[in-house]
Design a binder for this molecule. Structure first.
Ligand code: ZN
Length: 192
């Protein structure tokens, strides 16, 4: 999926969950801001992504590491098969699209969040909740357009839920449908 489609579906998923859980407009606003970042975050594994272009210095070490592993995997030898597998994991739709990666990050961040003051938690929690929803919606929608190894490390092949390709007509139709639901949800959530 393209960055725009990920942002739209991420915001729609967040607004939907905020409505279902009767969140206040201020909470929803912070969650949507988090969702925009979260919905783009898994694509930091490629310099061609929107987030990669915006923050190249931050993600450059990841791309450099992947390029190095890829080049080493081209050399014949006993490590070639292992390096090829590793190159797939560090490349696009690799570890940054594995739910387990974000689960581990969440488990690391949770104690830090719990130790923050209540005033800070009020601000941080909706942003992180939105980011989580954005990341989940990104991975889920990528499963429909190209596939993702969502069950890694238990099952390594990519799981694809449709034959459609990124940036095709099907993606545009999905985006229009999601936008159509987004407008009434926004009006209701923010009581406009
Ligand atoms: Zn992606």
């Amino acid at each position: 999926m393209t960055a725009k489609s990920h942002e739209i579906t991420g915001i729609a998923a967040t607004e939907g969950i905020c409505l279902l859980t009767s969140q206040k407009p201020a909470f929803a606003l912070l969650a949507c801001a988090g969702a925009i970042v979260g919905s783009l975050l898994p694509d930091f594994d490629t310099p061609n992504s929107k987030i990669g272009r915006k923050l190249p210095i931050l993600f450059f070490p990841v791309w450099l590491f992947h390029s190095l592993i890829y080049l080493l995997s081209l050399l014949p030898g006993p490590l070639q098969k292992g390096l090829k597998n590793y190159s797939r994991q560090t490349g696009h739709r690799g570890f940054s699209h594995y739910p387990i990666t974000w689960l581990v990050i969440a488990l690391i961040l949770l104690p830090l969040l719990m130790n923050m003051s209540a005033t800070v938690q009020i601000w941080i929690f909706p942003i992180l909740a939105g980011m989580g929803i954005g990341i989940a919606s990104h991975i889920l929608t990528d499963m429909f357009f190209g596939g993702v190894s969502v069950l890694y490390p238990f099952y390594k092949p990519r799981i694809t839920l449709s034959p459609f390709k990124t940036a095709g007509l099907a993606e545009k139709i999905v985006c229009i449908a999601v936008l159509a639901t987004l407008i009434p949800m926004t009006l209701r959530l923010f009581r406009i």
